[in-house]
Structures are given as structure tokens and as C-alpha cells.
Design a protein around this ligand. Structure first.
Ligand SMILES: Cc1cc2nc3c(=O)[nH]c(=O)nc-3n(C[C@H](O)[C@H](O)[C@H](O)COP(=O)(O)OP(=O)(O)OC[C@H]3O[C@@H](n4cnc5c(N)ncnc54)[C@H](O)[C@@H]3O)c2cc1C
Length: 412
């Protein structure tokens, strides 16, 4: 990689398409790695880059909670141009970024960081029907919560659960409808799904499992949700059934896509000079023996950092499993990696209690971790997953034994 005094690399600058988590980390990484050329972030939203995790947590309850990702004084000091209300249409070979207003922005490197959009059900739209992806969505939902006594949420994943938690704290009556037999069943399996269900029910949520939803519509004075078990009525509805990766720019540019934008382990897309990171990127990942598209903050940050370094010529790959967290019903959940349905699960602590860690074992190695109120164990477990260590089950499951033993064993 060139030092700042060498011939400048990327002389035409870096253009980042999308102004979210990946954009912010890429800009910070480029400057941290002493890149001195122009950096331009083009975002379609009217807000400067902000964090999404607080939208279903602190910010949903309190609009003064800070969500800034790239404060103005940082971008001024570091000479990063943040342009809001600019929608990108496509990227042409060169690369040249073309906006919907016809502006052409040449670049030496482009990062596609367009994230995803909330998935919906049919044409579920209306004043009383909500999705939660953007800051504007959160502002609208906050107003709805304060005006509702009954809320129905479609989807019992992390975002649905976090909204249910915030609504219960405000005394709103909450019904959650979930098509699967347990919340998060596909990602975590039935036993941990049962734990998530328990958290909701203990907080007074009316959780209805195995309940498919075919339509969400407004009525004269509320909403009606059509389910496999009949109609559910409420004042407002939230559709929280996941996201769809925002691949429109990549597709219009002829960049290879399949469940997101296809990237290699350094974040390179099929178009020379164009990288992708975050929720939109479907990465060839050494840890999963294939591709994975992850919709978590830590993954977006890691991929963006790797892509930025790769633009600067570094030989880097994103090979770490992702880490995630969720705060709901007064409980902190954290996880690492993606368990496979055939993985064996062993538990450290009592799964019936309010603090435990579940380890997933694949071919003898720790492949993934899920923990409730056990931050300390997750910190160490992250290392076990990163290193793909084979750890004796009795060491994992005995809370009296220090997991450092496993790391020390690996180091000797
Ligand atoms: C409510 C909520 C809560 C969450 N909580 C957690 C959590 O607790 N833990 C966790 O790990 N993760 C959480 N996440 C997920 C995390 O926020 C995402 O993984 C992360 O934001 C992904 O970053 P990104 O840069 O890929 O995309 P985003 O942050 O979505 O940014 C993409 C940006 O690109 C813009 N864009 C799209 N198309 C264009 C275009 N054509 N032109 C210009 N701009 C465009 C979009 O408008 C958007 O602003 C949460 C997400 C949400 C919505």
C-alpha cells in the first residue's frame, strides 16, 4: 500500500453509495489508514448517517437519544463529503456513479452500501401500518405507540420483539403473530426459540405461534390482520418480517446478484473497482464454507473495514463470524455466528434461568454461540468460534470452569 507521501492511490476518490453503518465505517477506515483522497457519501435519506440498532430500543422511547454515526465535526475535520437526498441509479464501468438526477460522479473505487428495505406483506400500507427500518419510521412508530392501547406485531424476530418490549414498557397491549412454531426457530432452533417466547410471554405479550398472516389492512378506526386463525384487531400494526437486500443499483449496473450483491472475502463485486458491504452483501465466507448474507451491525462494520482496506491495496479478508446483540424485555441477548440445524447444542448454566450460554458444536468445534445475560462468556466464546477450537464439552458446560482454559490450551 502506498504511504501518504507516495503517488496517491485512488486519485479520483472513493464514492460510497448509501449512508448507513457500512458507509460510516468505510469512511473512518479509509482515513485511519491514511487515505488522503476525496471521500463522498451519497445517501438517499434526508438524514446524515445514523445507527439503526437504537431505532427499536433507546431512540424509539426517546427521540433525543443519540444515533449519530458520523458527526459533522468529524466529517469536516476529515474532509469527508456527506450528501443527503441523493439517490443513485447505477454504476457504469470506470467506475462512474450515476444518480437519478443524471449527475455523473467518477471514482477510483466505489463501495455499494445500500443495506436493505423492510419486507412487507402484500400491499400493507396506511397511516396505522408500520415497518421499522429508518429513522423516519421510528419517529412515526413512536407517535403511534403513544396514541395506541392495542398494537399487533407481525413477526417475532429480534426487531418485532424489541418493538413489543418498548410497547409493553409504555403499557400498550401487544399481540405478536408468528408463523413458525417458535420465535427465531429457523435461526436458533426450537429450544432457544422457546426461551425467546418465554421472555415475551413473561412480559405480558399475547404471543400467537404457528399463525400465518395473509393481509394487514386499515379499518375505519384501526387495523385488521387476517391470519390463519381469524382476524386480529388493533389500533396500529407493525410488519416486522425481515428485510429485502437493496440490490437495485447493483442490478441496474449489471453487477452479479443472488440474495444480495455477490462479493468475495475482500468485498469485491463482479465489477472492477466496485466493492459491497453490509446487509446488501452476500459474501463468500471462509467460516461458513460457502456464502452468507448477514443483517447485523458488526458484520456491516467488519465488511466495510475490509473493503476499505482492500481498496487501498491491502490483502485482507473478512473471515470472522459475526457477532450480534438484542435488548428486549430487560434482557441482553448476544450471539456469535450462525448455527446449523445439525449442530449439537450444549448449555453452560441453566437454560430455564435468566442467564446462560448455549454453544453449538459442529464436527467437534464451537461453531456458534447464543447467550442470555452472559456478556462475559460471550466475550470469550467469540474467540472460541473465531479460532474454530475443539473444546471438551464438560469445559463448556461447567460454569465453575474458566473458559480461558480452552484458549490457554489452544495457545500451548
Ligand atoms: C430497527 C433496527 C434495529 C436493529 N438492531 C440491531 C441490533 O440490535 N444488533 C445488530 O447487530 N444489528 C441490528 N440491526 C441491523 C443493523 O442496523 C444493520 O445490519 C446495519 O444498519 C447494516 O448497515 P448497512 O450499511 O449495510 O445498511 P444501512 O444501515 O441500512 O444503510 C443503507 C443506506 O443506503 C441507502 N440507500 C439504499 N439505496 C440507495 C440508493 N440507490 N442511493 C442512495 N442511498 C441508498 C439507504 O436509504 C440507507 O440509508 C438493526 C436494524 C434495524 C432496522
Amino acid at each position: 500500500m502506498s504511504s501518504p507521501s507516495d503517488t496517491p492511490i485512488l486519485p479520483d476518490g472513493v464514492v460510497i453509495v448509501g449512508g448507513g453503518q457500512s458507509a460510516a465505517v468505510a469512511a473512518r477506515t479509509l482515513r485511519r489508514k491514511k487515505y488522503t483522497g476525496p471521500i463522498t457519501i451519497l445517501g438517499e435519506e434526508s438524514h446524515r448517517p445514523y445507527q439503526r440498532p437504537p431505532l427499536s430500543k433507546e431512540y424509539l422511547a426517546d427521540p433525543t437519544a443519540s444515533v449519530d454515526l458520523l458527526p459533522q465535526d468529524w466529517t469536516d475535520t476529515n474532509d469527508v463529503s456527506v450528501r443527503t437526498d441523493v439517490r443513485v441509479e447505477r454504476i457504469e464501468e470506470g467506475p462512474v456513479v450515476v444518480t437519478t438526477s443524471g449527475e455523473r460522479v467518477p471514482a477510483s473505487a466505489v463501495l455499494l452500501a445500500t443495506g436493505g428495505q423492510a419486507r412487507t406483506i402484500g400491499d400493507a400500507t396506511g397511516e396505522r401500518i408500520h415497518h421499522l427500518r429508518t429513522r423516519d419510521d421510528a419517529d412515526r412508530l413512536r407517535a403511534a405507540l403513544s396514541a395506541s392501547s392495542r398494537l399487533v406485531i407481525v413477526g417475532a424476530g429480534f426487531i418485532g420483539a424489541e418493538i413489543a418490549s418498548a410497547a409493553r414498557e409504555q403499557g400498550v397491549e401487544v399481540t405478536v403473530l408468528e408463523a413458525a412454531d417458535q420465535p427465531m426457530q429457523r435461526a436458533l432452533g426450537p429450544r432457544l426459540g422457546e426461551v425467546c417466547a418465554g421472555l415475551q410471554r413473561a412480559s405480558g405479550v399475547d404471543l400467537r405461534l404457528s399463525t400465518g398472516v395473509s393481509a394487514v389492512r386499515e379499518s375505519a378506526d384501526g387495523v385488521v390482520v387476517d391470519t390463519t386463525a381469524g382476524e386480529v384487531l388493533a389500533d396500529h400494526a407493525v410488519v416486522a418480517v425481515g428485510i429485502v437486500p437493496s440490490t437495485a443499483v447493483a442490478e441496474a449496473s449489471g453487477i452479479a446478484c443472488e440474495n444480495g450483491v455477490l462479493v468475495d472475502a475482500a468485498g469485491r463485486t463482479s465489477m472492477p473497482g466496485v466493492w459491497a458491504a453490509g446487509d446488501v452483501a452476500n459474501q463468500d465466507h471462509p467460516q461458513v464454507d460457502g456464502r452468507i448474507r448477514v443483517e447485523h451491525f458488526d458484520n456491516a462494520s467488519k465488511q466495510a473495514s475490509v473493503a476499505a482496506q482492500s481498496m487501498l491495496g491491502a490483502d485482507v479478508t473478512n473471515s470472522d463470524p459475526h457477532w450480534y446483540w438484542s435488548d428486549q424485555f430487560g434482557v441482553n441477548i448476544q450471539g456469535v455466528g450462525q448455527p446449523h440445524p445439525s449442530d449439537e447444542m450444549v448449555v453452560r448454566g441453566d437454560i430455564e434461568s435468566d442467564s446462560f450460554t448455549a454453544f453449538f458444536i459442529r464436527e467437534g468445534a464451537v461453531s456458534a454461540v447464543f447467550a442470555v445475560n452472559d456478556e462475559e462468556t460471550v466475550g470469550l466464546a467469540r474467540e472460541l468460534v473465531n479460532m474454530g477450537l475443539h473444546v471438551p464439552t464438560d469445559l463448556l458446560t461447567d460454569p465453575e470452569r474458566d473458559l480461558f482454559e480452552a484458549l490457554e490450551g489452544a495457545a500451548t
